[in-house]
Design a protein around this ligand. Structure first.
Ligand SMILES: [Zn+2]
Ligand SMILES: [Zn+2]
Length: 320
């Protein structure tokens, strides 16, 4: 196994792509591929400020590292979700990464901002933890981006993530979810654009980059993710990929190139301003505000909050 560029001993075998690379040329290839994806899908303008959602896992830290190398003004946004030691370690590793590179890191602590972390939020809202957490993340990341003047938010979603979401969306087909699938979600009033520069990299490819770059990241998965459907879908797709290298990428790109354009006719959902927070929603009050209003009502009943406490949608951002 030799590097296709220099002929030296290869470090990474890219089976689905049919070539291998040494450390130096793998790192170079990975950054260039990201740049190509950004350009081809018009994700970012050269040097544009971008808010990067960073969990402390390998994907988000690798993305922040690459955007930084490519010269974007990439500010990290980390959410402290209050999921015990897991959350504390995720902040530590993110902070260390930012400090080593003198990068700007913004932090929103759910408990500080709204009074409760994910475990209490899930309990009081009656939602499963991942649903309460996902809703909060989407909302807060967007709010911080819009108020911080960012046109665009970048996330570290990789090919395995995207293929698993597509798989799930096809098992329970919903047209609006399928239309929204893709590496770029354009901005709308009150909504920052969302881009996924790593959407063509497999999880293994991102991991190889992280290891070869010696990026320290949080290895553990969120304890709430155990048993999540997305893990089952990833396993199923990995089984197919093992027998048919490249199947995952063909599955995702085939959908994006050939099927999704035919769905684009589906009428774009009309959005209005949430009566509580002013951010776009399909109803009168957005699901984030509705969830927290209900949580506050229940918390007051249980005397976890004083009677006069009122939910304030504005997130408290700490800039490190
Ligand atoms: Zn080489
Ligand atoms: Zn709202």
């Amino acid at each position: 196994m030799v590097c296709k560029v220099c002929g030296q001993k290869a470090q990474v075998e890219l089976r689905s792509r049919g070539f291998s690379l040494c450390k130096e040329h793998y790192l170079e290839w990975f950054v260039k591929e990201t740049e190509r994806a950004i350009r081809r899908h018009r994700m970012l303008q050269p040097g544009e400020p971008v808010l990067v959602a960073v969990s402390g896992g390998k994907d988000s830290l690798a993305l922040w590292d690459v955007l930084w190398q490519l010269g974007y003004k990439a500010v990290g946004l980390h959410l402290q979700l209050g999921i015990g030691a897991y959350s504390e370690r995720s902040l530590q590793v993110t902070q260390a990464f930012a400090q080593e590179r003198a990068l700007e890191l913004w932090v929103v602590d759910l408990r500080q901002a709204y009074g409760f972390g994910v475990p209490e939020l899930a309990e009081l809202s009656g939602r499963v933890a991942c649903s309460a957490c996902g809703l909060s993340k989407r909302y807060i990341i967007n709010q911080v981006a819009v108020e911080g003047g960012f046109r665009v938010v970048a996330t570290g979603h990789n090919l395995d993530d995207e293929a698993a979401v597509l798989f799930g969306n096809l098992l329970n087909p919903q047209e609006d979810a399928l239309v929204r699938q893709g590496p770029v979600l354009p901005e709308r009033p009150g909504l920052a654009a969302r881009v996924k520069p790593f959407f063509r990299f497999s999880e293994r490819e991102v991991l190889s980059y992280t290891l070869l770059r010696e990026i320290r990241y949080l290895h553990e998965e969120c304890p709430n993710a155990k048993g999540a459907k997305s893990l089952l879908y990833k396993e199923a797709l990995n089984l197919v990929e093992r027998e048919m290298p490249g199947a995952k990428l063909r599955f995702l790109e085939g959908f994006l190139d050939r099927i999704r354009p035919r769905l684009q006719g589906a009428e774009e959902v009309r959005l209005q301003e949430c009566e509580r927070c002013g951010y776009p929603t399909t109803g009168a009050v957005c699901s984030f505000c509705r969830m927290w209003d209900a949580v506050y009502r229940r918390a007051k009943k249980r005397r976890l909050l004083p009677e006069e406490a009122e939910f304030q949608p504005q997130a408290l951002v700490v800039r490190l």
